[in-house]
Design a protein around this ligand. Structure first.
Ligand code: COA
Length: 260
């Protein structure tokens, strides 16, 4: 599939999705969001793709936010629709995806950019990265899940401070708060992301999908995460991957999972 605002690169079972609007610091305009929806839907469906690394083109920005130039004409209805469509089509799609998604934050991750990274399952950052939710400087609040996911990831107190001050934090601070799990120098960022994802891809694919569903379930209002864990745990016993994993362990050999 050909995209105008994304680059797609495949490296064995890893798919790179690179946001490619460098002159606008990779800001998420409507077209880019639509392309992200298509790219992630396709990657989750494609059996050749085991996991995804998302990053931004260039060295300056991961994503500097939603495209502010598209905000000017919006009214209450338009703003509500923009947020709802974004949640459904991109941010929740990624968060609930059946394959692991790592955000490699290579520069500014602001507003919708940080929200995009927070929708991913794992975040790592370049030591040059800056992260923040500056929406209140525009008379807005984070509208792509930022008020929820930032509080879940770093706790309500620090999240509230970041959202209300609109301050940016460094990669090292982000690691201290638990917002990113690793900080690397710029040239080591993608190798580190690949190393992490390669390790994950040696694990059982259906178990990975179950684990993502179970962890996420604990953050959905009205859903009992423990119950989801029980159901997903039980389902794993019906998979060939489970038989292979146990057989390999007992046979003292490396498991070869097929995702079946
Ligand atoms: N939406 C639309 N365009 C954006 C953008 C965004 N979120 N962020 C950056 N750009 C554009 C700039 O308008 C500029 O375009 P131009 O060259 O056509 O004028 C280009 O990207 C480069 O940005 P610039 O501001 O000149 O770079 P800088 O190094 O001076 O500052 C930032 C970098 C990230 C601090 C600054 O761009 C910024 O504050 N961006 C907005 C961040 C934000 O509020 N995001 C939340 C949106 S909800």
């Amino acid at each position: 599939m050909e995209f105008q605002n994304l680059l797609i690169e495949n490296k064995e079972r890893i798919q790179y999705i690179i946001i490619n609007r460098e002159s606008k610091l990779n800001a998420l305009n409507k077209d880019t969001l639509a392309e992200l929806h298509l790219a992630f839907s396709e990657a989750f469906r494609n059996p050749a793709v085991g996991g995804i690394i998302i990053t931004g083109a260039g060295s300056k920005a991961f994503v500097a936010g939603a495209d502010i130039s598209e905000f000017a004409s919006l009214d209450v209805e338009g703003g509500t629709a923009l947020a709802r469509e974004g949640h459904d089509n991109v941010f929740n799609l990624i968060a609930n995806g059946s394959k692991p998604v790592i955000a490699a934050i290579n520069g500014f991750a602001l507003g919708g950019g940080l929200e995009l990274a927070m929708a991913c399952h794992i975040r790592i950052a370049s030591e040059t990265a800056k992260m923040g939710l500056p929406e209140v400087t525009l008379g807005l609040l984070p509208g792509y899940g930022g008020t929820q996911r930032l509080a879940q990831l770093i706790g309500k107190g620090k999240a509230m401070e970041m959202i209300l001050t609109a301050d940016m934090i460094t990669a090292v601070e982000a690691q201290q708060f638990g917002l990113v799990t690793h900080v690397a120098c710029p040239e080591d960022l993608l190798p580190k992301a690949e190393e992490l994802l390669q390790k994950i891809l040696t694990r059982a694919p259906l178990a990975l999908a179950s684990a993502i569903r179970a962890v996420n379930a604990g953050y959905i209002d009205g859903v009992n995460g423990y119950e989801t864990e029980i159901v997903e745990f039980g389902k794993c016993f019906g998979t060939n991957d489970f038989k292979e994993g146990v057989d390999a362990f007992l046979g003292k050999r490396k498991a070869e999972f097929k995702g079946e």
